[in-house]
Design a binder for this molecule. Structure first.
Ligand code: SAM
Ligand code: SF4
Length: 356
């Protein structure tokens, strides 16, 4: 094998240095050889909706305000993450759009050297109001959660929301250039599973990716599902077959790339957009997992469903320096399981606090 020439090394080194690397520093590689390049941050546990697969009608026991990381603390963690090679950040929650002064946070995080992509997952209810300010502040693009196009079903699933607000939010996001726009749909047997061909049709005319997500039985989610009348788990294979039956063969597409791994992508013939299938339960994508999570109360978690965590808030609030936070990120990465556990397990925590 030939050693790379100096000419090929120099640009790579320049890019590392611009991310805050010190010579000799290395990217985060976990115990199974996976490189960590992506951090998902739950910036609040609060939400304006109560989706039946996520929260009980009365909500969860909200965190006290002081338990939530401040903008300064979030920025410090992101700087440390960028300095060890993390280049993509997603803000989630809870509902990130209800965090006060969000565009100001976005402005701060978007300018951290080494952060190449700053994205957001939202229920879309307040997106019409925030799309332009977020784009101006440096947000790259957004994913919008939408499980049905039927206003009454929408109310049944979210318990509190109005479909028209989300649809207006989607238009505003497209106009603001927060693209490629992705729509996230959790498929629930007996609720929206028969509607998947109509949801898939959102990709026909517009360059949107509609992503079908398998329901994950986190502890809280199971309780919510029980209290709201049962729905059944639907495997992606079944969803895909339903879409094919309506729209014909699906053309396989390449994945979006290393940073956006989990979706298997397809296109309905001659559609402007695409379809994605995320099968965390029937086809775990653990082998390609490149992410860590920061919970609303400042815990870095190695995996959504299991694995260990480190309390970064304690490090921050005891005056911890950037190298200590970088060391914490590396420690958590080593706690990532090779593959998440049994499909019938009761997974700890709530999706809204960990950040779905
Ligand atoms: N509130 C925002 C939203 O709904 O987009 C962001 C947080 S939410 C927890 C993030 C994503 O997790 C949403 O797309 C939601 O549909 C998904 N989600 C929540 N609970 C889930 C569950 N039990 N199984 C699968 N996906 C779930
Ligand atoms: Fe709120 Fe998102 Fe959970 Fe729905 S899925 S209750 S919008 S956090």
């Amino acid at each position: 094998m030939r050693a790379p020439s100096e000419a090929t090394c120099r640009p790579a080194l320049a890019s590392l240095v611009s991310r805050g690397y010190l010579p000799g520093q290395e990217q985060i590689i976990d115990g199974f050889g996976r490189t960590v390049t992506y951090l998902r941050i739950a910036i609040t546990d609060l939400c304006n909706l109560r989706c039946i697969y996520c929260m009980p009608p009365e909500g969860i026991s909200w965190l006290p305000r002081e338990a939530i990381l401040s903008f300064e603390e979030l920025e410090t963690v992101v700087e440390a993450a960028a300095a060890c090679g993390i280049s993509k950040i997603r803000l989630t929650g809870g509902e990130p759009l209800i965090r006060k002064n969000l565009p100001r946070l976005v402005e701060r995080l978007a300018t951290v050297p080494g952060i190449e992509e700053l994205t957001l997952t939202t229920n879309g209810v307040y997106l019409e109001q925030f799309a332009h300010p977020l784009a101006q502040a440096g947000m790259s693009r957004v994913n919008v959660s939408l499980d049905t196009l039927d206003p009454r079903k929408f109310r049944r699933i979210t318990r509190l929301g109005r479909l028209e607000d989300v649809l207006r939010g989607l238009d505003a996001a497209a106009q603001a250039g927060l693209t490629p726009l992705k729509v996230n749909t959790v498929v629930m047997g007996g609720l929206n599973d028969e509607e998947v061909p109509e949801l898939a049709a959102l990709s026909l005319e517009r360059p949107v990716e509609v992503r079908f997500i398998e329901y994950m039985p986190l502890e809280e989610a199971k309780g919510c599902a029980r209290s709201s009348g049962a729905f059944n788990f639907v495997a992606n294979e079944v969803t895909r077959a339903r879409i094919k039956a309506r729209w014909g063969p699906l053309e396989a597409l390449p994945s979006w790339g290393e940073r956006d791994g989990p979706a298997t992508r397809f296109r309905i013939a001659s559609a402007a957009g695409s379809l994605g299938f995320i099968g965390a339960m029937s086809a775990p994508f653990c082998q390609r997992c490149n992410r860590l999570r920061l919970t609303a109360d400042g815990e870095i978690r190695s995996c959504l469903l299991e694995g260990g965590s480190v309390d970064v808030k304690a490090i921050l609030r005891s005056g911890g320096s950037r190298p200590e936070i970088m060391a914490a990120l590396r420690r958590v990465a080593m706690l990532k399981p090779e593959v998440h556990g049994s499909l019938t397990g009761a997974y700890r925590g709530s999706m809204s606090r960990i950040g779905g």
